[in-house]
Structures are given as C-alpha cells and as structure tokens.
Design a protein around this ligand. Structure first.
Ligand code: ADP
Length: 157
C-alpha cells in the first residue's frame, strides 16, 4: 500500500522520521508531502525542507518526497495513495487531528486517515520546540536528523 504523510516539517524531527520508517514497514510505500502554505511563514523554505527530508530518508526504501499546495485530499488523489498517515503525540494533538481527518473524509470518503502513536521517547518533540532550543544554543542532536541539526546551527549561529 501507499501512504501519504502530509505536514509542514519545519523542520523534520526524529519523531517525524520514526513515523516515516514505521509507516514504510507497515504499508511498503510512504510519500512524504511537504506543505507549501502561503498563509503561514515558515522558518525553512520549501526547498530546504524538501532537501532535509530527502537526505534524512535516503536509507528508507519505499520513501519518496514531494511538495504540495492546496488540499491534502487533492494531493492524495493526484499521487494515487491508499491512505493518509498522521501522527499523535498527546491528547492535545487529538482534537486537531480528528477535525482534519473528518474534514478530509467529508471531502473524499475513499481516503482513510491512519494514526500512528508516537514513540514514547519522541513524544515531546515538535518542530517549534526544536527551533526554540536551537535558537538559544541548546543541544538538539538527539531531536533531529544530522542534516537538520546542521541547517539549524547555520541558521542560528
Ligand atoms: P502540521 O503543520 O501538518 O501539523 P507537522 O510537521 O507539525 O505538520 O506534523 C505532521 C504530522 O506529524 C502531524 O500528524 C503531527 O501530529 C505528527 N508529528 C509531529 N511530531 C511528531 C512526533 N514527535 N511523533 C509523532 N508524530 C509527530
């Protein structure tokens, strides 16, 4: 099966990467879709986020990376995936994720959203938290792939 994993990935964390690897093991193929959202300013450009994921997933057979704009369900249809993959870290993610899943299902009932629970040791990881730590010179090596750590060091030093 082929799963679409959409997100901002601004930047990719080890929590995201864990989900991609487990998604691959479960479904065979994961298409990581990096969202270009003109209404939201991102820290890293679309090209930078694409490159980070491309490099960090080079070891994963079955992973491809794309960029998309607009509706997730349109992207899912265009890329002929079987399902949409999302992650859950805590109850605080649940309401937001459920609302997105219901919205997508109302638009395209043929795409199920499958949630994977975060690995417990990655449950505190978010892109924004990683950026806060990096901004103030904290160690982020256990939070993000090497390529992302390098980009964050460049950005804040
Ligand atoms: P979005 O802006 O679409 O929420 P994110 O890049 O923040 O994009 O997250 C993409 C998906 O990855 C979301 O489903 C989110 O819940 C999930 N996710 C984020 N961080 C983690 C983590 N540490 N462990 C598991 N899933 C995560």
């Amino acid at each position: 099966m082929r799963a679409l994993y959409p997100g901002s990935f601004d930047p990719l964390t080890l929590g995201h990467l864990d989900l991609i690897e487990r998604g691959c093991a479960l479904f065979g193929e994961v298409v990581v879709a990096v969202l270009c959202n003109p209404a939201k300013t991102s820290t890293f450009t679309l090209q930078e986020r694409f490159n980070q994921i491309h490099v960090a997933t080079a070891h994963c057979k079955g992973v491809s990376v794309i960029c998309f704009e607009g509706l997730t369900v349109s992207c899912a249809r265009h890329n002929q995936v079987d399902l949409i993959l999302r992650g859950l870290r805590a109850m605080s993610d649940f309401e937001y994720e459920l609302q997105i899943a219901h919205t997508n299902r109302s638009l395209a009932p043929d795409f199920e959203t499958i949630f994977l629970a975060t690995a417990a040791h990655h449950s505190f990881l978010s892109s924004s938290m990683v950026k806060e730590v990096a901004r103030f010179g904290g160690n982020i090596d256990h939070m993000v792939p090497e390529v992302v750590a390098q980009d964050l060091h460049r950005l804040f030093n």
